[in-house]
Design a protein around this ligand. Sequence first.
Ligand code: ADP
Length: 287
Amino acid sequence: MSLPNSIKNILQKDHGIEITNTSTASGGSINRAYRITAKQGEFFLKYNSSAPNDFFEKEAHGLQELKRAGSRLKIPEVIAVSKPNGSIPGFLLMEWIEEGRSGDSQSFGAELARLHQTRRDSFGLDTDNYIGSLYQQNGNYDEWIDFFVEKRIEPQLKLAFDSGKLSSGIKENWNRLVNQLSDMMPPCRPSLLHGDLWGGNYLFDEGGTAVLIDPAVYYGHPEMDLAFSKMFGGFDRGFYEGYESLTPLEPGFSDRVPVYNMYPLLVHVNLFGGHYTSQFQRFLKSF
Ligand code: ADP
């Protein structure tokens, strides 16, 4: 499907972008994505006719938050963001990143550790945002565990109970796990996180530099991003070595991974159900 003319017109009229060619870009799981060649250069655009009004604004805000942190990770420059307007879908226009064949995983890991050194006083974020297509509540919390319980796991659990994807019988197991969380998770200061760090949400550019895309940012426990990276098999060994060259992991991290990953797993339960649901139930029933 080609890029709607209504979007092309806005790009031309409001942003002075004189398009010479558009082609579809592959890989997106939620939105339609395009490469735009224009007299002004190459751009990446994604749009979605059924996304909530503020969907792309929140993504743009997340990218800008990561960029402001000033690590040496590359973050695509946001050029324009537009809310849906009548029949014209909302869209996000950003710098085009030419993907390279391979990259420097070690410095990716080290730079993620540097990004995690961006801190603030409370867990959460001043605004809610999205993870994939699901709403992500944030807020401001003094305690990591309270934030994890009230803003990460419980909203997703409620969604799964309300839609019948999970039966409320496992609440007892969840309550038992909640009581153990403060013994499991080491204390931390609120760190800026990518928030949705699976293998599809980074790429290496032509120079081998890691590029973060599609974030669900908030300030949280840095182990959340690392656990997330292990959700589908894990990143290269060099990535973890690079991370630990700056910030060694606390003992027991691998035992905590499935606890942190209850969050992305629940997101998958709510988006896709199926085997994610049985995997989640199996895990929680062990408590
Ligand atoms: P979705 O929100 O639909 O999941 P993504 O933001 O993950 O879409 O982007 C889909 C794919 O497009 C990515 O996997 C990546 O390969 C590519 N991509 C994302 N951002 C850019 C960019 N700025 N330049 C070039 N390609 C990009």
